[in-house]
Write a protein of this length. Structure first.
Length: 480
């Protein structure tokens, strides 16, 4: 049984109190590791270490911090295979995805912010008799809380800018997938990150996440996860006037017009529906298709989706691996039942499967549903699994209404060769991220996040460095 440790004050240590939490292998459903069941005492130790490290770390030059972060990026790259295997085992995602997306992107997060901080600058505003300049200073100790779907990718997406900007961090990875954050702790020690600069506290949401949120010394919370937990965090942190960045749930629409590049759209739509078993916040799960092309799309899409391989995460040819946990597997299956109760027809999938070589494990066939109204529960609530709903539309106005008529507003994908229409829709769509004729194409300099129930604040590029710094204006009068 593998045993995971906390990383506090530069050392790998067990939790102070309650022992360990079970960590399951989603491909078999069996216990394979345990992670510290930390609580308020461990959060306090992590905070004390971070507070002690803050003056030293915030006092280093941007170049010095950049050099350490680049060493971490190099170490992630040189351990890519080990990290990819660990992530795939822990999360159930196909090894090919962990190898090509999760781990390279985790290294890229460190590399990007290591470079960005050396180019970060602030404004000055001149008056006739005075000059203002803005200092951008690190906040102090900050807290990060991340989910299980892209475990190392999203964990590093927060800590890299926080550290680059000179903060020290108390970080909580998801208790469902703690392994890669633990392996990163080992790499931080190897890279020579000074003790206390990053502290990783494992444990569940209430015992650790809520304690980080309400800790009076922790100045900001950067959270990615469900809208329900984001709301709980806001309820605690907002009255304390903490800076908050909340990246939450989504229910993203795909708007597919008959004039699109059909083959590119079809291939990408299969990917945007079922990548990582549909467990990416940016997956499109409400697929609106112009009625003149609906039957053609339905036939071709269902054929492609039926041909996807649900397999062991470790197999090279697996398209969809296992669902991350038993609880989530049951939740996704319950939504498939709901869809049928709401009058939906299952065109393919719709059930649990057992790929060859697996007896236990939590696998669901990629599922396509039709016949549902845009405003039924199946089409309004986040399922976050391999389940999509296809619906016809006739006019641009109609599909814009369907797309926006939902509490969420994370991302949207538009497929059309009609330039004006694409831009018109992009302007009017209620989402923080719009892709036109592509999906998941990411430039780390761009603002990332959602509106409405999907998020508050933006990550990425300068937005993240601004979030993790406090602007302070200094005004000097020239005098005679
Ligand atoms: P979750 O909200 O259940 O958990 C996220 C993290 O919050 C975990 O580390 C958890 O332990 C912690 N947590 C739980 N309760 C807490 C509390 N009361 N106080 C503080 N922390 C607490 O989400 P999840 O199930 O791990 O992840 C799936 C969700 O994440 C989906 O809703 C998905 O859309 C969302 N997500 C959003 C984005 C985005 O960028 N918007 C990206 C990835 C995932």
């Amino acid at each position: 049984m593998k045993q995971i440790s906390n990383y506090i004050n530069g050392e790998l240590v067990p939790a102070k109190g309650a022992g360990y939490l079970p960590v399951y292998d989603p491909s078999t459903g069996e216990l394979y590791a345990e992670a510290p069941a930390s609580d308020v005492k461990d959060v306090e130790l992590a905070y004390q270490a971070a507070a002690q490290a803050f003056p030293g770390w915030s006092g280093t030059s941007a170049d010095e911090r950049s050099a350490v972060l680049l060493r971490i990026a190099d170490l992630i790259e040189s351990n890519l295979e080990k990290l990819a295997q660990a992530e795939s085992l822990d999360n159930g995602k196909p090894i090919s995805l962990a190898r090509s997306v999760d781990i390279p992107r985790s290294a890229a997060n460190f590399r990007f912010f290591a470079k960005a901080i050396t180019q970060f600058s602030s404004e000055s505003h001149e008056m006739p008799d005075a000059i203002n300049y803005t200092l951008r200073q690190p906040l102090g100790v900050v807290g990060t809380i991340s989910p299980w779907n892209l475990p190392l990718y999203l964990f590093t997406w927060k800590i890299a800018p926080a550290l680059a900007a000179g903060n020290t961090v108390v970080a909580k990875p998801s208790e469902v997938t703690p392994m890669s954050a633990y392996l990163l702790s080992e790499l931080c020690i190897e890279a020579g990150l000074p003790p206390g600069v990053l502290n990783v506290v494992h444990g569940d949401g209430i015992a650790v996440g809520a304690e980080i949120t309400k800790h009076a010394g922790i100045k900001a919370i950067s959270f990615t996860g469900s809208t329900r937990v984001g709301r709980e965090i806001a309820q605690v942190a907002a009255p304390m006037f903490k800076k908050l960045s909340l990246e939450m749930g989504g229910k993203n629409p795909n708007l597919i017009f008959a004039d699109c590049d059909y083959e590119k759209m079809l291939t990408t739509t299969v990917r945007s529906s079922f990548s990582n078993q549909g467990q990416i916040c940016l997956c499109g799960s409400r697929i609106f298709v112009e009625s003149s092309m609906y039957e053609r799309f339905k036939t071709d899409f269902v054929e492609r989706v039926s041909a996807l391989t649900v397999g062991l995460p470790s197999a090279e040819d697996t398209d969809l691996g296992a669902i991350v946990s038993e609880a989530h597997y049951q939740k996704v299956l319950s939504y498939i039942d709901l869809a049928q109760q709401e009058g939906g027809s299952i065109l393919t999938g719709g059930k649990a499967v057992h790929p060859l070589g697996s007896e236990g494990g939590w696998y669901i066939a990629p599922t396509v549903i039709e016949g549902l109204s845009h405003d039924c529960r199946t089409n309004q609530e986040e399922i976050f699994g391999p389940v999509v709903s296809i619906m016809p539309f006739t006019t641009e106005e109609e599909v814009l209404h369907y797309a926006n008529d939902i509490p969420y507003g994370l991302s949207c994908t538009i497929w059309t060769e009609h330039l004006s229409r694409a831009n018109r829709l992009a302007k009017n769509i209620e989402a923080g991220i719009v892709w036109i004729n592509t999906w998941m194409l990411r430039d780390l300099r761009t603002p990332f996040g959602g509106m409405k129930y999907s998020g508050v604040g933006r990550e990425g590029g300068l937005e993240a460095l601004r979030f993790f710094t406090e602007p302070k204006n200094v005004c000097i009068q020239y005098g005679d």
